[in-house]
Design a protein around this ligand. Structure first.
Ligand code: DCP
Ligand code: MG
Length: 423
């Protein structure tokens, strides 16, 4: 329907202006914030990495380091082959600064960014530590959306000091693709009339919900770009992919009816961590679980959540997801209990090879004021499925390319909150 033909007051996708912000090489940018000498240099931030060691996996690499082929989820050992440590070769520019992950610091920086975004949005939905959607319909207009996007970037840069990429579009999925389109320091504005043309040349894998497996299946059908997909026969797509086929078709045309909604309170909080392959050393599993239990309990405390259920998740080869939980008579905030119950529940798996372990607290209660939020909280993710990214937000599909990288990750401490599945 052409613009202007809708009934007054009936909102259409064209009425909305959605802005997606994704910070550039976020952890590395945070490190640069407190260490001037890292600016403009290759920086690698390692998860499970300690200074001078080879262990762990790359959480992120600065864009300078990416030029050497270093990327997220790569083993530190491989990264070091491509980019040796600057500390060991001070005069060699083909080297990088390696730093261990410091979540607490990144959370602080993220909170500063969030404060600014909160001021700039009608509604704000945080997706992850470095990513958020803003509905800015009431704050700007398409004619000046580019200036607004620039303003958002500048405020983050001036007040926090970290670079961000911004996409502005009439819906969430297009805004996300737009923010990623010209990284780093990108600003891409896609007004409603340009959405189809903007999407058309992109590979199908760039479309929300289409991961490597589906992308391959589509390629086999001769569908390689979003444009091909938009023009494909809906009946063929439906026969091949069921209802998802309709969804793909809509998305390829840039239709996405989701509204930018703030997050409600989570129903559970959990953390999990993958081993490099399957480990048989139960002590290592216990040690990892201890840390996870501490992290989960701390997070619950920070969010002022009490929990009644404490559980563990154990992934055994090939990819069997086992969950065990214990429910207490009343809600508590007791980190020691989280640890002891988690370790008790793990006992059963002593002697088995283990790929991944997770700890979770559920049956959360918040202060009375927040209770309604809790009840109304609905989330489509599948936190218990073992797809760590799926609970991060409904925004990433089971099949997104990141999944592959995450599952190959050596020791990614991943927050799969909020996962909404309150089993
Ligand atoms: N992260 C991680 N493990 C991964 C991917 C990401 O620990 N496999 C962490 C480190 C990143 C942060 O999450 O800094 C944000 O993820 P992004 O995918 O947004 O990556 P970056 O912000 O690092 O880079 P980009 O500029 O591509 O957004
Ligand atoms: Mg980012």
């Amino acid at each position: 329907m052409p613009r202007g033909e809708t009934l007054p007051g009936a909102p259409t996708a064209e009425d909305r202006i959605v802005l997606h912000v994704d910070m550039d090489s976020f952890y590395a940018s945070c490190e640069r914030l407190r260490e001037q000498k890292l600016r403009g240099e290759p920086v690698v931030v390692g998860m499970g990495y300690e200074a001078g060691e080879q262990s762990g996996a790359v959480a992120t690499a600065s864009y300078e380091a990416r030029e050497y082929g270093v990327e997220s989820a790569m083993g530190i050992e491989t990264a070091l082959e491509r980019l040796p440590r600057r500390a060991e070769h001070p005069d060699d520019p083909d080297t990088a600064y390696y730093r261990p992950v410091d979540m607490e610091f990144y959370q602080d920086v993220s909170a500063d960014v969030r404060e600014i975004l909160g001021e700039l949005a009608d509604t704000l939905r945080e997706v992850s530590i470095d990513e958020a959607y803003l509905d800015v319909t009431e704050r700007t207009a398409w004619e000046v959306a580019e200036g607004f996007g620039r303003h958002v970037k500048q405020r983050i840069d001036r007040e926090v000091g970290v670079p961000a990429s911004v996409g502005v579009a009439p819906n969430m999925s297009t805004a996300k693709i737009a923010s990623d389109h010209d990284k780093p320091d990108g600003l891409v504005v896609v007004p409603p009339e340009d959405v189809e043309d903007f999407l058309a040349p992109l590979p199908v894998a760039d479309i929300h919900g289409i991961g490597p497996v589906t992308a391959d299946a589509l390629t086999d059908m001769g569908i390689e770009t979003a444009g091909d997909l938009a023009e494909a026969d809906p009946t063929t797509l439906r026969s091949k992919f069921g209802e998802r086929g309709d969804e793909f078709h809509r998305r390829a045309r840039g239709e996405d009816p989701r509204e930018v909604e703030p997050r409600g309170k989570p129903k559970s909080l959990s953390r999990e961590s993958a081993f490099d392959g399957a480990v048989e050393d139960f002590e290592a599993v216990v040690e990892r679980a201890r840390n996870l239990a501490g992290a989960v309990a701390e997070r619950a405390r920070r969010r002022e959540a009490l929990y009644r259920t404490i559980g563990v998740k154990v992934v055994t080869p090939p990819f069997d997801v086992n969950t065990r939980a214990k429910t207490l008579p009343g809600p508590v905030d007791e980190p020691e209990l989280v640890e002891s119950i988690a370790l008790d529940l793990l006992e059963e798996f002593d002697g088995e090879p283990i790929r991944k372990v997770g700890v979770r607290v559920a049956n959360l209660s918040f202060s009375e004021r927040d209770q309604t939020d809790l009840d109304s909280w609905e989330y489509g993710g599948t936190g218990d499925s073992g797809d760590v990214e799926s609970a991060e937000d409904g925004d990433r599909s089971e099949e997104s390319p990141r999944v592959e990288r995450y599952t190959n990750d050596q020791a990614r401490l991943f927050e799969y909150e909020p996962d909404g599945s309150d089993k």
